[in-house]
Ligand binder design. Structure first.
Ligand code: GLY
Length: 370
């Protein structure tokens, strides 16, 4: 993801209200423009996927090639190589894929040592009768296909993990062993303490690492691709919650939560706090809403309302939570939404419909200024 970034943009074009529903039975985009959408960190992924779709590649091969860019990027600390590790300093990755044309799916959870888990999810789909393989079994499965276990920690992610360990001395530290609500108090960055504990690390990295320590990222990239024939596929891939308990699996590899594709309707995916999404089966909820004729924009808002209900619409709690949904219908209409925004500051998602990738505004359920 995403790294909990808020995007400050001028008020022009900020769509924040529920859009009008479209009639049921939206038709595939056959003969129309292909479209690729992704989370905000997916600009390059969208461009790569679009280039492949325009060259006639399969939609799933295209979106996987797109997210591979982010999985291999050591600077995206929420996905693949360089992703922030678990409590024990080990990177564990989750990913899933859905191929619309053949209605198939594949997934891996808590896989270690493989930079591109999305490719392993596709191998599960292509070569087994299973949908999901996790943990050591997933690594062994990847090794059977010639992948070699690698160290996925970078200097930056290792430093962040050590800073998180350091943060456990402070009252505002993030703790896996308490409720979500108990983890919401922020602590000021103790620069003096950090400078003395990490004399060789620059201040910018330390300040970033402290923010990651007390507000761990849930990361993730979701990417959905539609070709001119109206075929659609999707992929979601992540290193999941930073500092998680080893073995914790989020929403990203869960078919129906982190991703759902129905070739008769469209696709949807999510980034952000996986524990919220799993409890509302967000991907499936959105696709099913679109099946009823609800627009992508209204469908993501419907899923966000279900997330809000998890906390009885208590905005004081919801204010601290981060979740985004993405939806692409087979007629090419798309939308994305987050819990919070204002007309001047809102989250964005990546879109490519044939030219350069661009960011478009997410709709939001709650207006911070209201
Ligand atoms: N959405 C990513 C995770 O919660 O693991």
């Amino acid at each position: 993801m995403m790294n909990r970034r808020e995007w400050m943009i001028g008020s022009a074009g900020a769509a924040a209200t529920i859009g009008s529903a479209v009639p049921a039975g939206a038709q595939p985009s056959g003969g129309k423009k292909p479209v690729v959408i992704a989370s905000a960190n997916g600009m390059a992924a969208c461009a790569k996927a679009m280039q492949m779709i325009q060259s006639g590649a399969d939609t799933l091969d295209a979106v996987i090639a797109g997210v591979n860019i982010v999985e291999l990027d050591p600077n995206d600390t929420s996905v693949g190589y360089g992703g922030l590790p678990n409590e024990e300093g080990v990177v564990e990755l989750d990913a899933c894929v859905m191929h619309g044309p053949t209605r198939r799916a594949g997934s891996v959870g808590a896989i270690q040592g493989i930079k591109t888990p999305s490719k392993i999810a596709k191998l599960v789909m292509d070569h087994t009768t299973h949908v999901m393989i996790v943990g050591e079994g997933a690594l062994k499965f990847a090794e059977a296909y010639g992948y070699q276990k690698e160290d996925l920690l970078t200097d930056k992610s290792r430093t962040a993990w050590l800073v998180w360990k350091e943060s456990l001395r402070s009252p505002g530290a993030f703790n896996n062993w308490v409720s979500m609500q108990q983890n919401l108090s922020a602590a000021a960055t103790p620069m003096k303490q950090l400078r003395s504990a990490f004399p060789n690390v620059d201040e910018g990295t330390l300040a970033w690492a402290w923010q990651m320590a007390i507000h761990p990222t849930y990361g993730t990239i979701n990417c959905l691709g539609l070709n001119a024939k109206g075929e659609i596929s999707g992929v979601t891939t992540t290193s999941g919650l930073a500092w998680k308990i080893p073995g914790r699996v989020g929403d990203s590899p869960i078919i129906g939560a982190g991703l759902f594709v129905d070739p008769d309707v469209g696709g949807a995916g999510s980034t952000g706090v996986g524990e919220l999404n799993i409890r509302v089966a967000g991907g499936h909820t959105i696709v099913d809403a679109m099946r009823r004729g609800v627009s992508p924009k209204e469908a993501v808002l419907e899923a966000l309302k279900r997330v809000s209900k998890l906390y009885n619409d208590d905005q004081a709690i919801l204010d601290k939570l981060d979740i985004e949904f993405y939806a692409l219908r087979i007629d090419g209409e798309h939308a994305a939404g987050s819990l919070w925004g204002t007309h001047r500051s809102y989250k964005v998602y990546s879109v490519n419909d044939g030219g350069e990738s661009r960011h478009e505004a997410c709709v939001f359920l709650y207006n911070k200024q209201s």
